[in-house]
Design a protein around this ligand. Sequence first.
Ligand code: PLP
Length: 108
Amino acid sequence: MGADFDVDAVRADFPILQRQVGDRPLVYLDSAATSQKPVQVLDAVERYYRQSNSNVHRGAHTLGNEATELFEGARRRVAAFLDADPRGLVFTRNATESLNLVAASCSP
Ligand SMILES: Cc1ncc(COP(=O)(O)O)c(C=O)c1O
């Protein structure tokens, strides 16, 4: 991390890191098991469940179309971030499922 990495600004994005554990600020080092969420993610998830929650790729109605567009928009943004083709992106639930999928894809 460079000198321009503002740890306090990053911590401020994570509401859970405002907690104290005992008399100390929470430091969380178990991100491989469960990642904590910044306020931007919490807000997006809440907005989704309040306004658009529905069936991605399966709903022939307004909410289903919105949910699908949000899902595919996320795919396009992740692909752009990775400089990848969106058609090559597969969303999975977690690291274990991803590795199992890669292993199963490689087996004869
Ligand atoms: C250190 C570590 N790595 C990887 C994983 C895999 O997590 P998941 O498959 O839920 O993404 C875990 C889960 O607890 C973990 O603790």
